[in-house]
Ligand binder design. Structure first.
Ligand code: ADP
Ligand code: MG
Length: 340
């Protein structure tokens, strides 16, 4: 099948976004945002054997290639508008492309985010690089990493079916480090391969959260980005106190994994739940008096907000246990996933 036929058949979708004046088919796309909004841009590469396993279904690869980008829009508080797709494959496998396109476009539809163009090429492994454009009202501050203050509460999003460390369990199982009961494995795999970007929550947090990002490297590793960016801005060496007992009590676990976590040693549970790549939950801070607004935003988005801890002026990240014992977290023992 020729490149143009692939594009025509699988990626030449009806444009629904009002902002896209010209989509797939010309040398470039044309967009027009309302004058009341600013443009927000993000890009994420999604490469076989680096970001996903070769045995992931085509539909799930399509879903996640866009999901991780929508998650970045959510973390900025932006409304996703449209995206481009650079797709590389070793060969043309039409069944695979059909599945990929189905997963990609179903998620795009759900968020009203239009595929407006891209590139299709041969490459040694499957890769899908998405660039997403979003919009943010001019009179609303974006959710940056740099707005956290001493005393702010730290929150993560979740749901009954979505907890910290779900995807980490899948990774560990694939590497043979743990054996999961079948239902736990199925859940962990679903959470790894089909993350749900918290787009509505991100927008609901505008004006409520003081700082935000999406968890892609593990909660504790990602907290460091907020501490660093916000510390630089405030001139204070910021730290974090993490409610370790709440983690051990299962407060951050999904219903499907909670009982299984309890079968693991405590240190391993803490490590895997707090240093899990691929959670794609929002991690955000908010002034303590905004707690009711945080809960209202979560409810509006069909999620829950779980309190992970508090921002301190200590310059370090500490795990705090009920009874007052604290333990310093060291990124080098247990740090998040780093590519190089
Ligand atoms: P050019 O070589 O001039 O850049 P292409 O042949 O790469 O043109 O692309 C032709 C049209 O198809 C362009 O409008 C481009 O945006 C679109 N396109 C190519 N690949 C994809 C894809 N994977 N998804 C969506 N649109 C695509
Ligand atoms: Mg091209």
């Amino acid at each position: 099948m020729h490149e143009f036929d692939i594009i025509h058949r699988y990626f030449n979708v009806e444009q629904t976004a009002a902002e896209v004046l010209l989509g797939v088919g010309d040398d470039a796309a044309l967009l027009q945002l309302p004058p009341s909004e600013r443009l927000v841009v993000s890009t994420d590469a999604f490469v076989q054997n680096v970001h996903f396993f070769a045995n992931a279904s085509a539909e799930n690869v399509g879903h996640k290639a866009l999901a991780v980008n929508l998650s970045d829009m959510a973390a900025m508080g932006a409304r996703p508008v449209a995206f481009t797709l650079a797709l590389g494959m070793p060969e043309v496998d039409e069944t695979w492309i059909a599945g990929f396109s189905k997963g990609l476009l179903a998620l795009a539809d759900r968020h009203g985010c239009a595929l407006m163009g891209g590139d299709t090429t041969r490459s040694p492994v499957v890769m899908a690089t998405v660039t997403v454009l979003g919009a943010l009202p001019k009179d609303t501050p974006a959710l940056l990493r740099s707005g956290a203050q001493v005393g702010d509460a730290m929150w993560v999003t979740g749901a009954a079916h979505a907890g910290l460390g779900d995807a980490r369990l899948f990774l560990e199982a694939e590497q043979g480090a743990v054996q999961l009961p079948e239902a736990v494995y199925a859940h962990a795999r679903q959470r790894m391969e089909r993350p749900a970007p918290r787009v509505a929550m991100g927008q609901a947090l505008r004006g409520v959260a003081s700082a935000a990002l999406d968890i892609s490297d593990g909660a504790l590793a990602d907290v460091q980005h907020i501490l660093k960016a916000s510390g630089k801005k405030t001139g204070v060496a910021l730290g974090a106190e993490i409610n370790a007992s709440a983690v051990l009590n299962g407060a951050f676990a999904s219903d499907a994994t909670r009982a299984f976590w309890r079968t693991l040693p405590e240190q391993q549970r803490l490590h895997w739940q707090l240093n899990a790549g691929d959670d794609y939950e929002l991690l955000f801070t908010a002034a303590p008096e905004k707690e009711a607004q945080v809960q209202a935003a979560a409810q509006q988005a069909g999620l829950v907000a779980r309190k992970l801890g508090v921002i301190t002026a200590s310059g370090v990240t500490e795990l705090r246990y009920d009874g007052g014992r604290t333990e310093r977290w060291n990124r080098h023992d247990t740090g998040g996933f780093a590519h190089f």
